[in-house]
Structure formats: structure tokens, C-alpha cells
Write a protein that binds this ligand. Sequence first.
Ligand code: PLP
Length: 467
Amino acid sequence: MNWEDFRHWGRRAADWAADYHAGLRSRPVRAQVTPGAVLSALPDAPPEGAEAMQAIFDDFEQTIMPGMTHWQHPRFFAYFPANAAPVSVLAEYFVSAIAAQCMLWQTSPAATELETRVCDWMRQAIGLPDGFTGVIQDSASSATLCAVLTMRERTLNWQGNKAGLSGQPRLRVYCSAEVHTSIDRAIWIAGLGEENLVRIPTQGPTRAMDADALRAAIAADRAAGHLPAGIIACTGGTSAGASDDIAAVMDVAEAEGLYTHVDAAWAGSAMICPEFRTLWAGVERADSVVMNPHKWLGAQFDCTTHFLRDPEDLVRTLAIQPEYLKTHGADRIVNYSEWSVPLGRRFRALKLWFLIRAHGLEGLREMIRNHVTWAQDLAARLERTEGFEIVTQPMLSLFTFRHIATANLDAHNQGLLNRINDDGRIYLTQTRIDGALVIRFQAGAFTATAEDVAMAYDVITELAGAD
Ligand SMILES: *Cc1c(COP(=O)(O)O)cnc(C)c1O
């Protein structure tokens, strides 16, 4: 394909995308294919000769699309959303066409300076005080890895990268029992070892880590000769929205001199609404905060904003400057590749800029407030419905429930969930709360309406009755 052909196919792609989204409500949300079906429809060997674009396009529609789960479906109530507002998809189209490598200021000054600006817009939007500096990472997992590496280096007086960890006391990191698996991974990759991730028990309806238990764990570790390095707190855990008391965690961290990272990958988007900020009161005292505009807010995946109270700690941990990467002569310039693990960087700031401008913060707030209200309404309706039990009350737009049965509660609810997802009108996932299997619901799709959430009630109650 040359760029003249691209003109034609680019227009067709735009039409296809608009038609696809217009028709989403009539597709089953979760792909309804059996394992191996797509694989067996694909030729074993790659083509030796060029194929016509029309043939490739036809196969895309006939072979690939039936095997896709529709994350932009208005009735996608599973996991967390990965919203892609149309305007952010458009921005990605431009980013793909320009295809710049934005690792250094001079490899695209506008990309760096726009990133500086939109990160500060996001900082203001979520109510973090002046003094936090943002960077866009590819994912919350990467931001958390950066934070753990910073904890490690800071605790080892910046010698870990050079000397490695052998011969060092055990470095210890603390978190609640409700954190995302990306924290385990960060601990593994940073070389700290899973055994040194200390999980503090949670308590109360918010499932927050117990600050006294945290203090006691740190004291015990110091007594044993270990090196406490940092605390990872969580606002809006993945399973049921567990949220730590950030102020209480910060009290401990400040008394102990520990680096703190707050994982608000999902719930952070809701902080554009001032009324939800009590959920992370005290966050202004954290060293590092991560939230994903690529989840609820509508910035097409991937786009993670990572805020730092002192970016020098991170840059000191990650910057390598071989001669060929130096930008000579220019002062006061930022090279964001020194703030993240990969060197190469896509131009992610553009979609955030397009998104915030095209919708305005007020438009985005309205979406989030609607989702929260609709999820609460649904939870209240299910709670009033005979046979249903709300297991964890709504935390923003996320709650968990189950259908009561006389025996085999877990198998009964797994069966209900399977019937719901095979039906295709809505898509839900499961989690475990205190060992029991429960069904998880979150409202968050960019184009969801009150009617879509109401349909969830109809589907759930209809299929529970069909048992
Ligand atoms: C989704 C999520 C993550 C992981 O986010 P990625 O951007 O996919 O790495 C981490 N923590 C929480 C609380 C999440 O909800």
C-alpha cells in the first residue's frame, strides 16, 4: 500500500469505525467463539506474494471480528472499562500517521512540551496540589515498577543499579491484601522477591489496610534487620474497590521515612469530580500517584499518568545518558525517556489533549457521575430483589453481588455468570470476596445509558430465574 491507496482505505476505515460503533448494541458483548476457531481459520504459512487489500479487509471482517470481545460496547460491565472516546481514536490516527519516536525533547519538542502541559492539566483536574509533576507511562504496571525501583534505589542510597542486591539486607515493601497483581510483578522484576512484599490485613467496609498492623510490621522488620523501603497504598482496588485510608498510611510513612506510591489506576479518573476526592484524602502527601486516563476517562489505550512529588528521585533511578542520546547545549529541557523503563515513547499526550478539549472536564464529570449513580441504582434494585445479595456495596461504580442458592453457592453463581455471558446482551466477570465467588458489576462504558444499565437488571434477574 502506498499513501495514495491509504487515502482510499483510510476513508473506508473511518466509515467502518463509525458503522461498527453505531451497530455495537446488536453484537454480543463477549466473543462467542470456541478456543482455536480463529487460529484454525488462518493459513498455516505466510503469503509469498502480495495480497489485495480488499481480500485482507474481507478476512478481517469475517475471521477476526467474530472473535473480538467488544470493549467499547455500551453494556460492557466486566473488569474495568478501557474507554476510547472517538476523539481520542482520531488523535491516535494522527499519532500513527506521524509515527514519531518521542524519547527525547529534540526527537519531537512538541510531544514533550504537550506532555508537560496535559499532565499538568490532569494534575489540576484530579485535584493534586501544585508541585506534583506528571509523566505519561504506557501502563499503571510500568508506573508502579518505576515507583518500586525508586523505593529500592533510595533505600540503597542509589547503589542498587550498580552493585545489585546480593549481600544486602532484605528490602521490604508494604501493601494491603487487596492490591493489583501489577504490584507483585513490580516486586519480582525489581529483584526484591515476593516474600518481601508484606501484605497488611484490611478492615472495615472500605477494606483499608490496618495502620496499626502496618506500623507493627515495619517495627518487626527493623528489629529483624530488614530494610523497609516503601508503602504502596490503593484507591479503588480491582476486585471490589478496596481503598486505603491514605492519610493514615502517610502518617506511618512520614514517621518511618518511607517512599509512598498510590495506585488509583481505575478510581483516579473519578477524582475529576471534587465530591469523590474524600476517597483518597491525604494523597497530596504521597511521593508517587498513578491513574489511568485509558480506563474510565476515555483516552484510548494506552495512557497512564504518573505524578511525582520529586521527579528527581525517579530520574536518578532510571536515567542513563550514553553519548549518542545527549542533547547538547539545551538547558531546561526534559527527556521523558529518563522517567520510564522503555527508551522508546509513543506520542501519547496528543489523545489526552484532544479528549480534554473536545469534552471539557464538565463533560467527562457528567459521564462519571452518571455511571456512579446508575451503578448505585442497580445495586439498590438488586438488593430489593428476592434471592439477591449485595456482597460489597458500590465503591464509585463498582459493586459485587450473588444469587442465593441452598447449596453450592459458588457453582451456582458461576453457572449464572456463564449463562449471562453466553447470552451476550451484557458482560460481567467474577471475583472472590473472603473466599466466596461473587459476580462483579461496574458501569463505565463511554456510551452507556441508563437504559443499558437497566437492561443489566433484566438480564441478571431473567437468567437467575432460568436456573
Ligand atoms: C487496571 C489496574 C492496574 C493495571 O493497569 P495497567 O495500566 O493495565 O497496567 C493496576 N492497579 C489497579 C488498581 C487497576 O485497576
